[in-house]
Write a protein that binds this ligand. Sequence first.
Ligand code: SF4
Length: 395
Amino acid sequence: MTDSEHQPPSPDRYRQGGDRTSPFSSTTVDRMGDSGNVWNLHGGQIVLPRVFGFCRGVKRALVVVEEAVAGGGKSGGRFFLLGQIIHNPWVNEHFRQAGVRMLSGEQLAELEKHIGTDDCAIIPAFGLPLPVERRLRAIGCRIVDTTCTDVRRLWAWAEKACRRGFAVLIFGRAGHDETVVTRSRLEDLGGKYLIVGDLEQAGHFCRIVEGTSPDEKFAQFLPQATNAESIEPFLRLAQVSQTTMLHGETIKLRGMLEESFTRRFGASGLSDRLLLYPTVCRATQDRQTAAVELCRTGCDVVIVVGGFGSSNTRHLYELAGGFCPTYFIEDSAAIRSRDELLTMDFATGASAVVRHWLPARRPVRIGVLAGASSPEIVVGAVLDRLAEFLACGRE
Ligand code: SF4
């Protein structure tokens, strides 16, 4: 059986541990790893970056959940995932099939209706908004917490700065689970936050700090992005980034802030007024660096594999798009034929069909990227599917 035929295993197979070390691994990816992440075929070459796929934090989260589920619950106890364990539909479906129930955002609002004292609640890798976590702990059920240590470190820095009287600028997506949790922890401390999603919004903020835009322009930030009404609290500022943001953009943002604060207040005493924390995690940085390295070697087309809701995978897509035609897909089924591929139009949030995605030239070189939440089993199935178009098997 190739990886493309693989479906999430049945609950029984899952509980028995399966016949491989991990239900997320892929023989195709293993074999490519043995060949230097290159697959040479008659019609061209498929290449992987030196680092891709599951990060340490995701691996740990999935092992913890697997072990908890395999160990079973108290008599009659059920397993609940409080939101998606990670932003990948295949992985979430895998745990659903293993008997884990997933609570939606609306259900989290009525947590006590769904979870009882005999149940086991699983906190996702991005953590839980603090009020929800408190209510969960009050239920008295068993809790399996898979929050990544890099996310916890971000919280610790942001909270410490908040206690010292700094308002916090979060570089991230306002609706992303991790940033929602970071925001909740600052609100709990009575602190002020502002979320900027890109360098354009950051520039708007910097112009108000410098005074080249009037203070009233602060009102242009959307209500869901801030709990402040003016720039005032942000003149003593701590900056953190969602762990999965583009590292290069984060560095630019920090430079912009330093420049604006220096223009307004002068260089002396800057560190008493501006704290800059390097919170983009190492796994995110490594995958971004490796993706750029691969693209620089020259690819005719790049396929990015991962959940459409995955922030770090989307940034790989943005990076690769600066080099060659790039398509973001969730799994091998999205590659309908050599002429048709199913992707997402991020501008509209709707599915989009792309035609003629595969260049006609031969030999063709196809790069494949995968984010920190993309399981090898899904990447392997995509590799198998791509290999079909490059004709025959390995050389
Ligand atoms: S991407 Fe980074 S922060 Fe997120 S789970 Fe992986 S290591 Fe942790």
